[in-house]
Each structure stands twice: as structure tokens, then as C-alpha cells.
Design a protein around this ligand. Structure first.
Ligand code: ZN
Length: 244
């Protein structure tokens, strides 16, 4: 295990892929082979090479941009299987760590190492507008630089971030009628004001089930009623609106 910020040098492969192969894999998954995903591939690869082999590991990513997809393409952890945590600190960094001990490796881009790579530097530090970037040269630099613009260091994850807390008991929300963790309170978080949707009232429809249901946008099934008016936290409860 490296002690601090040990630079890595090696062949230009990204996991089991050549650079060109990973361009295709990345484009198929991500929509396009973005510079961040390609550099992220090298970063994940750098961390993976130093992590002891044969251990079960999780991932932690410090940005929501591109890098999570590099983890999902190159390692077992995904956001959906719960083995990848995202802590959006705004830093382009990824860690892989033993899922039981929390001991692992963090990789990031070292701005000090970008001096020899002007297109990567301009892209990474956003000193050039996208339309002014030389995309061909940018990707050529990423391929040539590989893991050499990464630094890695040993990390120890905080104990409370290891493992997944149990979900606990499940109940049915009295407002929306959907299941939710009872630990969230008397109603689900969506009905407690945290819903991301602008619609003032849920309008559930039977959506083309086996081709026999109503199409979306047709008359709603009347299900969205508050059943506990006096303590209702449902922001658009009709009963609250008309209460004296
Ligand atoms: Zn609800």
C-alpha cells in the first residue's frame, strides 16, 4: 500500500481494455466517450492496481460527473447495487476500499502534472470554452498521459460509512398509498414536502398495463386523498385547503 501520493506509471490500458476499446465501451454506456470518463477510467484502473487482490471492495466517488460511470464500467460496485457511494464534494476523485475494514486507495488528478498536457489542463480547469477545445488533441493527450496525471494515496474510510444501514420496518404512506421506511416519519418523505415534482397533486393513472389500461394523461384514478387531515403534512391536501 503506498503511503502518500505515489505517482503511477504503466501501460496505457484501462482495466481489461485498450484505450480504443474503452472509447467504444464508454460511448455505449455513457452516450459519448467523454474526457472525464476516459480519464476516470485511468483513475479507477490506477486505484484498482494498488488495491490488494482478492478482497471485496466498495467505491466512493466525490463527484457526480462522469467518474461514477467509470467505476460502474470497470468494477463490481454500482450505484444501484449499493457498493458505490457518491459524496458530491465537487472533487474529481475516486476511492476503492475494503468493504469491511475501510482501508483502501484514493485516486485523483494532480493539477501540477497537467503542465505537459495543455489540452487536458484547459479542459480540466475549464480555461477554454468547449467550442475552442481541440477534441482530437485532448483525447490524444489523455491516451498518452494515462495514469501519469493521477496521484494515489492510502485512505481509511470513516467507520460509520462502512456497510449499509438496515432499512427497518416498512409501512404504507397514508397520503400517497405507497410503501416507505417507517423511520422516515408518519408519512413518506415525498408527501412530507421533499417531492421533486412540480405537480400539485399526484394523478395516478393505470399506464397501459397489458395494453388494456388508460394511457398516461387520461382521467386519473382518485387515490390522492389525505386520510389524516388534522395532522396532515401533505402540502396540497384538499382537506387542509378547506379546513376552517
Ligand atoms: Zn406518501
Amino acid at each position: 500500500m503506498p503511503k502518500l501520493a505515489e505517482p503511477l506509471y504503466g501501460a496505457g490500458t484501462i482495466g481489461p481494455y485498450t484505450f480504443e476499446e474503452f472509447l467504444e465501451v464508454a460511448a455505449a454506456f455513457h452516450g459519448t466517450a467523454s474526457p472525464g470518463l476516459m480519464l476516470g477510467g485511468f483513475m479507477v484502473d490506477a486505484a484498482r492496481r494498488i488495491l490488494p487482490h482478492g478482497i471485496l471492495y466498495d467505491a466512493l466517488v466525490e463527484t457526480v460527473k462522469c467518474l461514477p460511470d467509470a467505476v460502474q464500467l470497470l468494477t463490481p460496485p454500482t450505484y444501484g447495487n449499493g457498493w458505490m457511494q457518491i459524496h458530491n464534494l465537487g472533487r474529481f476523485s475516486v476511492s476503492l476500499f475494503d468493504k469491511y475494514s475501510g482501508e483502501g486507495v484514493r485516486a485523483w488528478i494532480d493539477p501540477q502534472r497537467l503542465g505537459d498536457w495543455p489540452e487536458i489542463q484547459a479542459w480540466y480547469l475549464k480555461t477554454k470554452r468547449k467550442k475552442d477545445q481541440d477534441r482530437e488533441r485532448l483525447f490524444a493527450e489523455i491516451k498518452a498521459a494515462g495514469r501519469n496525471v493521477c496521484l494515489v494515496s492510502a485512505i481509511q474510510l470513516r467507520r460509520e460509512l462502512l456497510g449499509r444501514p438496515p432499512m427497518g420496518r416498512i409501512g404504507i404512506c397514508p397520503v400517497c398509498g405507497e410503501s416507505y421506511p417507517l423511520a422516515d416519519g408518519p408519512v413518506c418523505r415525498g408527501c412530507a414536502g421533499q417531492s421533486p415534482y412540480a405537480a400539485v397533486e399526484p394523478r395516478p393513472v393505470r399506464g397501459a398495463v397489458n395494453g388494456r389500461g388508460r394511457a398516461a394523461g387520461s382521467a386519473p384514478v382518485d387515490r390522492a386523498r389525505c386520510h389524516s387531515c388534522r395532522v396532515c403534512v401533505y402540502p396540497n391536501c384538499p382537506s387542509v385547503k378547506t379546513a376552517p
